[in-house]
Design a protein around this ligand. Sequence first.
Ligand SMILES: Nc1ncnc2c1ncn2[C@@H]1O[C@H](COP(=O)(O)OP(=O)(O)OP(=O)(O)O)[C@@H](O)[C@H]1O
Ligand SMILES: [Mg+2]
Length: 293
Amino acid sequence: MTIRAQDELRALNEELDRKVAERTAHLNAEIVERKKAEAELKKKTEELREMTQQLWQAAKLATMGELAASIAHELNNPLATVSLRTESLLARTQADSPNQRELEIIEQEVERMGVLVANLLQFGRRGQQQISTLDVREEIEKTLELVRYHLHKHNIIIEREFAKDLPNVHADRQQLRQLFLNLFTNASDAMPHAGSLTIRITAPPESRQIIVEVADTGTGIPPEILPKLTEPFYSTKPEGKGTGLGLAICRRIVKGHNGTFDITSEGIPGRGTTVRVSLPVINGTNATGLKNQ
Ligand SMILES: Nc1ncnc2c1ncn2[C@@H]1O[C@H](COP(=O)(O)OP(=O)(O)OP(=O)(O)O)[C@@H](O)[C@H]1O
Ligand SMILES: [Mg+2]
């Protein structure tokens, strides 16, 4: 082979090596790019799956709420009739008659159904809020009047820790009372024999919020069930005792007032549970931007 031929061959070889190196680098870059795209796709698919799941859950709850409300609505009238008839039968029954006790049981059960129906109706309700200027302390006192006897019977002491000079809030009175009633009822259920119910109200000026804490010294809540509590129909109470709608309603009411709702508990019996509700106070009021339920 001539020297020239050898040089040409070397040059060709070098050219080939260069091209192979170039192509390999290109392919490597393509592989990295493709892997990145695959990872991106996987992330997006996961996000999509999660969103579908959430949408499904939301749709399920919305339908369930509507369904529950329509059934509750249908039940309202027959229940009222049964209640009235029982009342009139009871009025005409001698106190020593064996029917008396039976009728009383019917009356109690009908009353329980009435509470359930009212809860379901409230849950499915999407009406306008009736907003007025309210003193939270007053609404708490009015609500306590409803349960005072019940709490006393269960040896539950009420402790009030109300800060001075609390601002008023703009809120729906009925909803606020229902919120507190549900919280007091839960606290009382958690302390069947005795305990204390502390109601704390503060309004740190810099936070522009009114904060209401309802703390009990009851059974507490195990950490693993804490996230489930505000799900509709979640209840640990015996069949017929709880509908599992109380906290779901509370959460919805608070959200409807642009507030926050938190439940904390160490899950240790006796250390109890604290529910913290905050309602915004904007320029001395929380009226701006209130959402319809
Ligand atoms: N203060 C509390 N202490 C301990 N457990 C609580 C407390 N509040 C709520 N819970 C737990 O949360 C569950 C859900 O409460 P929620 O008020 O939503 O329903 P419920 O009280 O079971 O029934 P309902 O309020 O509809 O009659 C309760 O069954 C109970 O296990
Ligand atoms: Mg409850």
